[in-house]
Design a protein around this ligand. Structure first.
Ligand SMILES: Cc1cc2nc3c(=O)[nH]c(=O)nc-3n(C[C@H](O)[C@H](O)[C@H](O)COP(=O)(O)OP(=O)(O)OC[C@H]3O[C@@H](n4cnc5c(N)ncnc54)[C@H](O)[C@@H]3O)c2cc1C
Length: 534
């Protein structure tokens, strides 16, 4: 195949999560010849890899599903916050209903992708040795394709089992009777902890920063109940595009500082009782921009959590009197009984700020002040978010420039989809788009529709090549930084700021408004795809 100037496909999509599947459906409908490749053996994206005990979504349905009527009219959920098994079954239903299987090559990793300049096409090397070519490359790798495992001395000498939550063995791991050391208290750490506490002989949870977790308030859902609810779905799907997080509500228009103490507390209480992430996205207008407003939210959260913890020393570690960072500037997760598990005899908390890990040996983790026996280490230590999966795909653009090299001094991308020097490539749910702040399916559909329209426009114009103009890329990258600077996000050492990965440049990696982003993308499209050289 090498040397051909006519590509095998109009486009190759990499990734079979919400973004890739939506793109495949839209582009096929528009008459393009498409191949979708995914390293995972089943569709579902992160819900294939993150199948640890307790893995479930924090965005409730119907927000966390496609808005395509053929799909939701023929599907019903059993839980408001579905787990990974149900999400995987949902994805199979989507692929059956939309007849996507013939266009998908699963269990196949893209090892590298190189832009062939003379032929103006992408050449992809797949594991197993095959090569495919495409006019357009559409990586839909999500932000969480590259798990991060900290470099702790001695891990190679550990005699037990260890794994990252996003590389949980597909056959599962029985947690019953195990001595488990769980490192990390982000969303995945909370979910594993709740499950492990049920049956582990010993669960030791290593915390660097307390998670400011919110009550999930899970609900079971019946088919009959959903028949009624579905009447409201089209409005909800429309509404989620009009908000900053891609959820059903926007933050309030009021400041937390302009209302009385009673009114403020009543709104906090209302959000708290309703559960889910609403306390994050439907709170006062200035919660994420004003320290004083934010502090009210933190204090409310702290007092609610402390009511559930009897031991004052433990309460200070899990819900400190002073906020570890402004509320909501690290992704809050949802919990079901997280704060209660620490009262169990088989559960212990280790504060890594007080006593950092020194090394791992054959059967224990050693910290500065103690040693903790274990036969299973679980790393819930997050991801090299945004860029990791793209860099690992070994993408080479014009003049032999690799993406890793292009991002050496920090992330840059026009509209969070296109990097100058990497023509005919558009990625979804990537860095400098709203991704990390956006409800997944909302983002998949907004970007998927936009990418599909762009490829149709190129086809209509007989245009075979586009590249982001350097100035457009620089301007967008600055806009994201400026938007971030107006918020409290830069005050936290979070993955949103790239701070979880040693040597990663500190910058806000996502644009903090879905609706604002969609408006800019629309405007670019209305203006003959301004900022793209063709
Ligand atoms: C544990 C966890 C919980 C989450 N919870 C929520 C939530 O509550 N709400 C929310 O909105 N979002 C949540 N997210 C974010 C989530 O990523 C999005 O909701 C959504 O799944 C993104 O879909 P995607 O298609 O863009 O990417 P993904 O679902 O990440 O899919 C990317 C796919 O690309 C494939 N891939 C990567 N590299 C290669 C390669 N080189 N070759 C071949 N295939 C490759 C991967 O195998 C993967 O299947 C969560 C993420 C994680 C990790």
């Amino acid at each position: 195949m090498s040397g051909k100037t006519t590509p095998d496909y109009d486009a190759v999509i990499v990734g079979a999560g919400f973004s890739g599947i939506y793109l495949l459906h839209k582009l096929r409908e528009a008459g393009f010849n498409i191949l979708l490749v995914d390293a995972a053996a089943q569709p579902g994206g992160i819900w294939y890899w993150n199948r640890y005990p307790g893995a479930r979504v924090d965005s409730q349905v119907p927000l966390y599903e496609f808005s395509l009527p053929d799909i939701w009219q023929t599907w019903s959920w059993t839980e408001r916050f579905p787990g990974w098994e149900e999400l995987r079954t949902y994805f199979r239903h989507v692929c059956d209903t939309l007849d996507l299987w013939p266009h998908m090559r699963l269990g196949t990793r893209v090892e590298s992708a190189r832009f062939a300049e003379k032929a103006s096409l992408w050449r992809l090397h797949l594991d197993g040795g095959d090569t495919v070519t495409a006019r357009f490359l559409l990586p839909a790798l999500g932000f969480a394709s590259k798990p991060y495992v900290p470099d702790i001395p001695g891990l190679d000498t550990f005699a037990g089992e260890w794994c990252h939550t996003a590389r949980w063995p597909q056959e599962g791991i029985d947690l019953a009777g195990r001595k488990i050391c769980l490192i990390g208290t982000g969303a995945s750490g909370v979910q594993v902890a709740q499950e492990a506490a049920k049956s582990a002989d010993r669960l030791t949870l290593f915390q660097r920063t307390p998670i400011l977790a919110l009550p999930m308030r899970q609900e079971t859902m019946t088919e009959e109940g959903q028949v009624c609810e579905k009447q409201g779905y089209p409005a909800i799907f429309e509404q989620r595009k009009q908000t900053s997080g891609g959820f059903e509500y926007q933050s309030l228009e009021k400041s937390a500082l302009e209302v009385s103490d009673e009114e403020r507390t009543a709104h906090f209480e209302h959000l708290w009782q309703r559960g889910g992430l609403k306390f994050w996205y439907h709170n006062f207008a200035d919660m994420l921009t004003n320290r004083e407003a934010n502090r009210y939210a933190y204090d409310f959260w702290r007092d609610k959590v402390r009511e559930r913890i009897v031991d004052p020393a433990l309460a200070e570690k899990l819900a400190p009197a002073e906020p570890p960072h402004p509320f909501g500037t690290k992704r809050p997760s949802l919990e079901q009984n997280y704060y209660e598990i620490f009262a169990q005899e088989n559960v212990a908390l280790v504060d890594l700020k007080e006593t950092p890990i020194v090394r791992i040996s054959a059967d224990r983790i050693e910290t500065q002040d103690g040693a903790f026996d274990c036969d299973l280490i679980v790393f819930a230590t997050g991801f090299d978010a945004g860029r990791g999966g793209l860099i690992d795909m070994n993408i080479t653009g014009l003049g032999g420039l690799g993406l890793a090299q292009a991002w050496n001094d920090g992330l840059r991308a026009y509209l969070g989809m296109s990097v100058t020097g990497f023509p005919n490539m558009l990625f979804s749910y990537g860095p400098l788009s709203p991704s990390g702040f956006a409800n997944g399916p909302t983002s998949a559909e907004i970007q998927g529709d936009w990418i599909c329209d762009f490829l149709i426009w190129l086809r209509q114009g007989g245009i075979k090549l586009f590249d982001a103009e350097p100035q457009a890329e620089t301007t967008w990258t600055e806009i994201v930084a400026q938007a971030g600077a107006m918020t409290l996000f830069p005050e936290a050492d979070s993955w949103y700021m790239g701070a979880n990965i040693p040597s990663k440049k500190r910058q806000l990696i996502n644009f903090p408004s879905v609706v604002g982003y969609a408006a800019v993308c629309d405007d670019v499209a209305q203006n003959a795809y301004r900022g793209f050289a063709t």
